[in-house]
Design a protein around this ligand. Structure first.
Ligand code: IPD
Ligand code: CA
Ligand code: CA
Length: 266
């Protein structure tokens, strides 16, 4: 597992360098619109290629799911690398300094290795299954806060402005009222790492993709946190909605979320 993590770190660093070299240098003509308000740049593509080249040279018989490539699902391989080459592209194109590279390795659909590099801090969050979670090689833990009222939360909003987006606006309002605040940073992998290192107590989001969560969920779990779907059912990376917390405020959060989830047709 350590060899897999070393490869993930090497690949994530390479992609992070590509992003940092190009930060504040993106022109309007570099931005491709994937869907309403959803963008990609040559940086997303170059970073993804660099990551895939490193993985394929060391592990040619492993599967890869990467945001800017096909396939989006793979059942053919025991080991699958799940890559977000640039998480927080909207921040990146606006020169807003908060984005990341996220690489998770799953074995038979279970996360075994996770690596997220947060940029520009260059904090590197890592985890190997059953071996704990680390930031810059120092062990990290979720917070011990057990009072929702004293908690700080973070969320994100998907690109589709559908009924779940609307529901999340309501949840944002509700949780802002019953906690010490809700943040919206714009990179889901970073949000998960912030739960893992205890600077926020919980994170939820509706419309995520496997590459947003593949690495971060292991980092949260290994830091002692809890991950479920937003109705409390077990999470896997192909379930789009997630609730991640320090464990202590999980039930109180689920209680607040339930009426809103129950009102949705999904
Ligand atoms: C997005 C970010 C954002 C989240 C969106 C994601 P991208 O990823 O993680 O925080 O709210 O749901 O799609 O498109 O920047 O890789
Ligand atoms: Ca993403
Ligand atoms: Ca991305």
């Amino acid at each position: 597992m350590q060899a897999l993590l070393n490869t993930a770190i090497k690949a994530a660093r390479k992609a992070g360098d590509i992003a940092q070299m190009n930060f504040d240098r993106i022109n309007a003509s570099d931005i491709k619109t994937k869907s309403y308000n959803e963008f990609a740049t040559f940086v997303d593509e170059q970073a993804e290629k660099a990551i895939k080249d490193i993985i394929q040279s060391r592990y040619p018989d492993h599967g890869i799911i990467a945001e800017e490539s096909q396939p989006k699902k793979s059942d053919k391989f025991d080991y699958v690398w799940i890559i977000d080459p640039l998480d927080g592209t909207t921040n990146f194109v606006h020169n807003y300094p908060s984005f990341a590279v996220s690489i998770g390795v799953h074995y038979n659909n279970n996360p075994v290795v996770g690596c997220v590099i947060e940029i520009p801090s260059n904090n590197i969050y890592t985890a190997i299954k059953s071996e704990g979670a680390f930031c810059n090689n120092n062990p990290i833990n979720v917070s011990s806060e057990n009072n929702l009222q004293k908690s700080l939360l973070v969320t994100g909003f998907g690109y589709d402005h559908d009924e779940k987006w609307e529901a999340n606006m309501n949840l944002f309002k509700l949780f802002t009222d019953v906690t010490q605040g809700v943040r919206r940073l714009g990179a889901a992998s970073v949000d998960l790492c912030h739960v893992a290192c205890g600077i926020v107590d919980g994170f939820w989001e509706f419309d995520l993709h496997p590459w947003d969560t593949a690495a971060g969920i292991l980092i949260v779990l290994e830091a002692g946190g809890k991950i479920t779907q937003m109705d409390g059912r077990g999470f896997d990376i192909f379930q789009k909605q997630i609730l991640a917390s320090n464990g202590h405020i999980h039930e109180p959060m689920l209680k607040h979320i339930k009426p809103i989830i129950d009102s949705l047709n999904c």
